[in-house]
Design a protein around this ligand. Structure first.
Ligand code: PGA
Length: 255
């Protein structure tokens, strides 16, 4: 399976020129690679411009959110259909920074189902805000996953990616990345939940990626030791050189 390296630009950069430069850098590197798929998720306002430059399946386009209705009186929202129309293939849903603004599992679930219905590939983010020794964070993760996937059918898992992002490990929290050992344990747990809810075959199929302070120094150990299927990358995706280095490391990783 190709490694999925998903760039979450968040609310960056500030200008379209910077967005173009950043995007061209990622695309140039991705074009030379065979075992990596890069997905760039710029802010909505840059999607149209960047979508005109995408010609390669090795470097595709994603959005950072979507609403659950296809059209109508929903001021400020963007629908899955509108995204698909632009050539967007992936959508990040349930990112902790959106959940922090009040998004609930029920809302994430409505978005997940609407995007899947539009044939978009959903990158569903889950992650605990704290890790306790008693392991209660695992119950939290199980609930987040199960509630976000309510009424999603087995067949639709083909279009699902789970991004495990412990909130405290995201670079804006300054606590540093999780360890490959913990990520391995937690991603095995996530796979077990998927297997229990669906079945072994489908549960095994869903790519599980890691996010939280991923950079060129720690990427290899996450790929080798935690055996993740890729990364959701925030701050390191905002520097063309760092992001290209990450793509090349993922290409070389022996997993
Ligand atoms: P980070 O962000 O790589 O800057 O930690 C990851 C994310 O929030 O998706």
């Amino acid at each position: 399976m190709k490694k999925l390296i998903i760039a979450n630009w968040k609310m960056n950069p500030e200008t379209i020129e910077e967005a173009r430069t950043l995007f061209s850098g990622a695309k140039r590197t991705a074009k030379q690679l065979h075992r990596v798929r890069a997905v760039i998720c710029p802010p909505f306002v840059f999607l149209d411009d960047v979508s005109r430059k995408i010609t390669s399946v090795k470097c595709t386009l994603g959005a950072q959110d979507a609403f659950w209705e296809h059209n109508g009186a929903y001021t400020g929202e963007i629908s899955p259909r509108q995204l698909a129309e632009l050539g967007v293939r992936y959508v990040i849903l349930g990112h902790s920074e959106r959940r922090l603004l009040g998004e609930t599992n029920e809302e994430v679930n409505k978005k997940v189902r609407a995007c899947l219905a539009e044939n978009l590939i959903v990158v569903l983010c889950i992650g605990e805000s704290e890790r306790d020794k008693q392991g209660e964070y695992l119950d939290f993760l199980r609930n987040e996953l199960i509630q976000s996937l309510a009424r999603v059918k087995k067949k639709e898992l083909e279009k699902l990616i789970v991004a495990y992002e412990p909130i405290w490990a995201i670079s804006s929290h300054n606590k540093g990345a999780d360890t490959p050992e913990n990520v391995l344990d937690t991603t095995l747990f996530i796979r077990k939940v998927l297997t229990n809810v669906y079945d072994k075959k489908r549960g095994a199929m869903v790519p599980i990626i890691y996010g939280g302070s991923v950079n060129e120094d720690n990427a290899e150990s996450f790929l080798q030791e935690a055996r993740v299927d890729g990364f959701l990358v925030g701050s390191a995706s905002l520097d063309a050189q760092h992001f290209s280095a990450l793509l090349k490391i993922s290409e070389r990783a022996k997993t």
